[in-house]
Ligand binder design. Structure first.
Ligand SMILES: Cc1cc2nc3c(=O)[nH]c(=O)nc-3n(C[C@H](O)[C@H](O)[C@H](O)COP(=O)(O)OP(=O)(O)OC[C@H]3O[C@@H](n4cnc5c(N)ncnc54)[C@H](O)[C@@H]3O)c2cc1C
Length: 404
């Protein structure tokens, strides 16, 4: 037995919540599956702060009554800025309780086709059919782990996504690989937890993000409130429909610049004695009992207790474990990025992707919370448009000749 709904949203992170609430507000019979804000609670250090600024951290909602300012008012005490992760997670739960109190926390095991509809199978084998499925599954399956560490067990080499609690590293020697926000903030937090840390990064120097003011006339001219990318690029990136209309080479360059690795300026005073080795790559790695020795491209080596990869995420929808092979084969993609229409619909009718996988079609805004408002609006417009077109067709079928 299966039930049928207008739309299913897979994921209850910022994108799933925004799209789910917007579709519901528009009158769709929508079900949202997933554990609310689980990526933020399980795959990020619990004591980190958000890199995105206040104006770029609202979860999109159709009425704007569920933004951070409303949450702050409801809480009755001012939130810190930069926003601590725990406050952002609480905001996500607060949003969900108000907009989508019936989020179904079960995992989706499989999405497949069922005649003209899409069928979602939950972890406990309930089947739900839907005209549309919106995949808002986030980036957890995309953690990029350099192959050379594959032979090492998790106790010796792990990805930053593997840790919500860095306290167990106290007193241990850790090499962090990477030069982006996640690597540098993880390194700072590890040191603050009492680990002995060295950062290895390929770039020749650490880039700081957030030097130029975002406030005042000049700030507002240079940076959109969504604040993705450097001055002026930020203004372009804030308009995904414009980005998608540009020649590919310009889109690629805007994305490269907007996503260039860098660390928030507010981390600088906390670097303390953190050792950073820029311009270095790891060329070899070997296990020695409970230690790891890494060899660098300058011939030097380090022996440590743990290597932590702050090596980011590589988007590839083929790594979503719940997409049935037959369905995946029909999704047109470029290097694992689905090619999406203006309503975030893939080449499989009714199957949409929002969040990071939409980067190829809409630009880098979609990798951040700041893109939730846009995604929710476009998906909802598309679904509403398709519904009225369908009603029109049904009427025409009921009343043959009515169009004459
Ligand atoms: C360390 C770190 C710091 C970051 N800081 C920021 C920041 O400051 N600001 C910012 O804008 N972005 C930040 N990001 C990027 C951030 O991850 C994305 O902006 C955000 O998570 C996108 O939301 P999402 O809803 O697409 O994905 P997620 O938040 O990852 O949500 C995905 C949801 O899908 C659910 N799900 C997955 N698989 C299934 C399944 N099979 N069945 C049911 N549910 C499923 C999960 O449970 C989860 O609820 C950061 C990323 C990292 C790694």
């Amino acid at each position: 037995m299966s039930t049928k709904v207008d739309a299913i949203v897979i994921g209850a992170g910022p994108y799933g919540l925004a799209v789910g609430s917007s579709l519901r507000e528009a009158g769709a019979n929508v079900r949202v599956f997933g554990e609310t804000m689980s990526f933020w609670t399980r795959h990020m250090p619990s004591d980190m702060w958000l890199r995105s600024i206040w104006s770029a951290s609202h979860i999109g909602d159709p009425t704007s009554s569920l933004n951070l300012a409303s949450f702050e008012r409801a809480k009755g005490i001012p939130l810190r800025r930069p926003i601590p992760l725990s406050d952002f997670v609480a905001y996500g739960h607060w949003f969900q309780a108000r907009a989508l109190p019936d989020v179904d926390q079960r995992l989706v095991k499989r999405v497949e086709t069922n005649g003209g509809a899409l069928r979602v199978i939950t972890s406990d084998d309930e089947a739900v059919d839907a005209r549309r499925v919106v995949v808002a599954g986030g980036i957890a399956p995309f953690a990029a782990r350099p192959q050379m560490f594959d032979a090492l067990p998790r106790e010796l080499a792990s990805h930053s996504a593997d840790h919500a609690d860095l306290a167990p590293f106290a007193g241990r020697r850790v090499v962090v690989i990477g030069g982006g926000q996640s690597a540098i903030e993880t390194a700072v937090l590890l040191r603050e937890h009492g680990a002995e840390v060295e950062v290895m990064m390929r770039a020749r120097r650490l880039q700081w993000v957030g030097r130029a003011p975002r406030e005042g006339l000049i700030g507002h001219l240079l940076f959109d409130r969504t604040d993705v990318g450097p001055a002026l690029i930020s203004q372009l990136v804030a308009h995904p429909m414009l980005v998608r209309a540009l020649p590919r080479a310009i889109q690629r360059e805007a994305t490269r610049r907007a996503l260039a690795p860098g660390a928030s300026l507010w981390l600088r005073p906390r670097l303390g004695g953190l050792v950073i080795s820029p311009g270095r790559s790891v060329v070899d790695v070997a296990r020695r009992g409970s230690e790891v020795t890494i060899r660098l491209d300058d011939g030097s080596s380090r022996t440590v207790d743990h290597v932590l990869m702050g090596t980011g995420y590589r988007i590839d929808i083929r790594r979503y474990p719940f997409l049935a092979r037959g369905l995946l084969e029909r999704v047109r993609h470029v290097d694992g990025h689905p090619v999406l229409g203006a309503g975030f619909e893939s080449s499989v009718p009714g199957l949409h992707f929002v969040g990071a996988p939409a980067l190829y079609s809409f630009g880098p805004l979609l990798r951040f919370v700041a893109g939730t408002e846009f995604a929710a609006r476009r998906v909802t417009m598309h679904v509403k448009g398709a519904r009225s077109a369908q009603r029109g067709t049904e009427r025409a079928v009921e009343l043959p000749g009515a169009a004459n």
